[in-house]
Design a protein around this ligand. Structure first.
Ligand code: SF4
Length: 380
């Protein structure tokens, strides 16, 4: 008869370490003010662990001690990887449902870019070339500003807000440098860009292995398991696109290590956000991968770019290099037609009606602008 195999156990040292982190979170929550908390929640392993521990702490408190509101905030760029955004939506629903049942002061929130600042409105409407390393126009508009606006509003109405981030020193050398710069030896650090916002990084000293180990051995307090998270990483073969809260975080957005970013991302040479999912069997996303590659391929084709920038100026650098303007109106129309064709093929919405309406307004303005330039040139 075969003997039962010993069950794997969590390292007791890790249990003690996380116990200390929970005590820190609890002490900060119970400190003598009521400034709301915001958990930056990307759906990745680090922010999931922070949400998990915060939820644990709230559950451990008596109802009268749960005075501080906790906002679990995710950002949807509207061009997120479909599997990642649906994973976040599922988690939001689970957290919301459990928080309601336990009467915890938790709100789940999704921020989005301003209607005039989405990927499609800039790419198809204004004809911006797809972002690359030297012209990465997307991160600030689509990721930093929406969440910053939310934090700022909350800080303005409450006097101060505390932002909990799942950043860790061991993530990368860039991250370690950022963390070191924020380190003031206190539990809370002032946010570099946002007034009245303090940053709390409860898991800053955990390693990647420790985060995974803790999540593997401890189901989320809102119910279910972290299995879907493990599966998501396995399918993507992945590093994640982290919660981006300031320019300091942006090197990792759209970097070769980011695989949970926008599916349209052309900052990486080869798409990794969706290609991994396609390889893992999600063949239905193949058109998105092909579209992204096509977008990258037309970026620098001279015939697809206007000579003048949108302000009417011709740009020639001091070294005599001509910098072309935005995509031509024909190319913008072609991109929109391709997006609509993909929607039909895939049976899912990829661009919102409001975005298409805004794009058509911008096209009308640009067409009259081009007519005015042509008339000016013809009249000498
Ligand atoms: S993932 Fe890529 S496209 Fe999306 S905001 Fe980051 S750099 Fe831009």
């Amino acid at each position: 008869m075969s003997r039962p195999r010993p069950q794997p156990k969590i390292d007791p040292a890790l249990v003690a370490k996380v116990q200390d982190i929970r005590a820190e979170i609890r002490a900060e929550y119970l400190s003598d003010h009521e400034h709301p908390w915001i958990v930056g929640f990307s759906g990745g392993k680090d922010s999931t662990l922070v949400a998990h521990l915060v939820f644990d702490v709230l559950l451990s408190l008596a109802p009268h001690e749960r005075r501080r509101e906790v906002h679990i905030v995710s950002n949807d760029t509207l061009v997120e990887s479909p599997l990642v955004i649906s994973h976040i939506a599922t988690l939001h629903a689970e957290i919301d449902h459990a928080a309601d049942a336990w009467r915890l002061p938790i709100r789940v929130v999704t921020t989005r870019p301003d209607g005039d600042a989405t990927f499609w409105v800039n790419l198809i409407g204004r004809g911006y070339p797809p972002p690359n390393r030297s012209f990465r126009w997307c991160t600030d508009r689509m990721k930093i500003q929406p969440t910053s606006r939310y934090i700022k509003n909350l800080a303005d109405t409450s006097g101060q807000a505390i932002l909990l981030l799942g950043v860790r020193r061991s993530e990368s050398s860039t991250r370690a440098a950022t963390v070191a710069r924020y380190d003031n030896g206190e539990r809370l650090n002032r946010h570099n860009d946002l007034l009245n916002c303090m940053v709390f990084r409860p898991i800053v000293e955990l390693s990647t292995d420790e985060v995974w180990e803790y999540l593997a051995f401890n189901p989320p307090p809102w119910g279910g398991s972290h299995h879907a998270l493990f599966q998501l990483y396995m399918d993507a073969g992945a590093a994640e696109c982290p919660t981006v809260m300031s320019q300091d975080d942006t090197p990792s957005c759209g970097s070769s290590s980011s695989r949970f970013g926008c599916w349209t991302c052309t900052v990486v040479d080869k798409d990794k956000s969706l290609a991994g999912f396609v390889e893992a069997g999600f063949a239905e996303f193949t058109p998105l991968v092909e579209f992204r590659d096509w977008l990258a391929s037309i970026r620098d084709v001279p015939e697809r770019r206007m000579a003048r920038r949108r302000n009417g100026k011709l740009t020639i650098t001091s070294e005599g290099v001509f910098i072309p303007g935005p995509f031509t109106l024909d190319t913008r129309r072609e991109i929109l037609a391709r997006v609509h064709a993909m929607e039909t093929e895939m049976g899912r919405t990829l661009i919102e009606d409001a975005e298409v309406a805004r794009i058509r307004e911008i096209w009308a303005d640009d067409a009259s602008q081009v007519a005015a330039w042509s008339a000016a040139v013809a009249n000498g």
